[in-house]
Design a protein. Structure first.
Length: 283
């Protein structure tokens, strides 16, 4: 027997301390495929679960961002009174308080005669959105007449218009007024402020307008952001110290008359706007 070298016992001891690892038998190809399929299914399920859990948070974040949009704009849309002293005073007072104002007045406009001026189309052309603090609407003085019907509003071989003072007219006008104001709400405005028609110095028209004011009030009450402001207070007192409050036609406001109406509605307008005032601007 040969004599063991000096380093042999050490190598023997080392080999005994570190045994060879026991390897698991290799999985058969079908078993490997089954394991990978199971892993992929588990991963897909985990991703779906994470997406489902994250969705409410993302939606809440989007809502928070939308609610934080600063309301810096105001829009005036109505009949010819918004082209005259009344519209100019409103525009000036809103600009003084930091709002960017768009003013649109359409002569002879209302909701009864869209064949003459379709105010729904005019509305769509105006810059109304999530930055709009308020849209001021002034319509109605021109509406005490037969209402023209859109083709889709007529029955088979039905009439093209509905007479003023009938139940059908009331229903049609109320629907149009509600839809007009609700469209403002849907486009993102904070408020739709409907200024009811002013008192007029024409007895017959004044009585008709009282009915229209009532219909507008009911219609706006059924919208999501609309509010009405009454402008009345001049009936029987159409001059102040000899200065007329109305133009010779009896229903357009003079400069003094428009200022009086503004002062009448100003406290309520400012209260409504205070909900979301614009940032401070340099004067």
């Amino acid at each position: 027997m040969q004599k063991m070298s000096q380093g042999a016992p050490d190598r023997a001891r080392y080999s005994l301390r570190v045994p060879n690892p026991v390897l698991a038998p290799a999985a058969s190809p079908p078993a490997q495929r089954a394991s990978w399929s199971l892993a992929r299914c588990c991963l897909a399920a985990l991703c779906c679960c994470c997406s489902w859990l994250a969705a409410p948070s993302e939606s809440a974040a989007e809502t928070a961002v939308a609610s934080d949009v600063v309301k810096t704009d105001a829009v005036l849309v109505g009949s010819s009174s918004f082209n005259q002293a009344f519209g100019r005073i409103l525009e000036r007072e809103l600009q003084r308080r930091g709002y960017q104002v768009t003013r649109k007045g359409v002569s002879g406009a209302g909701l009864a005669r869209p064949d003459f001026h379709d105010m729904s189309q005019v509305l769509e052309s105006l810059p109304i959105g999530k930055s709009t603090a308020a849209v001021f609407v002034y319509l109605g003085v021109n509406d005490a007449q037969a209402a023209w019907l859109y083709p889709h509003e007529r029955g088979p071989a039905g009439p093209e218009s509905v007479p003023f003072g009938t139940e059908a007219w009331d229903n049609l006008y109320s629907t149009r007024a509600r839809d007009f104001v609700e469209r403002i709400c849907q486009r993102g405005a904070q408020r739709a402020i409907v200024l009811l028609p002013v008192d007029v110095e024409r007895t017959g028209l004044q009585q008709q307008l009282e009915h229209i004011r009532e219909l507008q009030s009911r219609a706006v009450a059924r919208t999501s952001c609309g509010v009405v402001l009454r402008t009345s207070g001049d009936a029987g007192q159409f001059d102040e110290a000899g200065v007329p409050k109305r133009m010779p036609d009896g229903y357009h406001m003079s400069a003094r008359g428009a200022q009086i109406v503004w002062e009448r509605i100003q406290p309520e307008v400012l209260r409504l706007l205070a909900v979301n005032p614009p940032p401070e601007t340099s004067r």
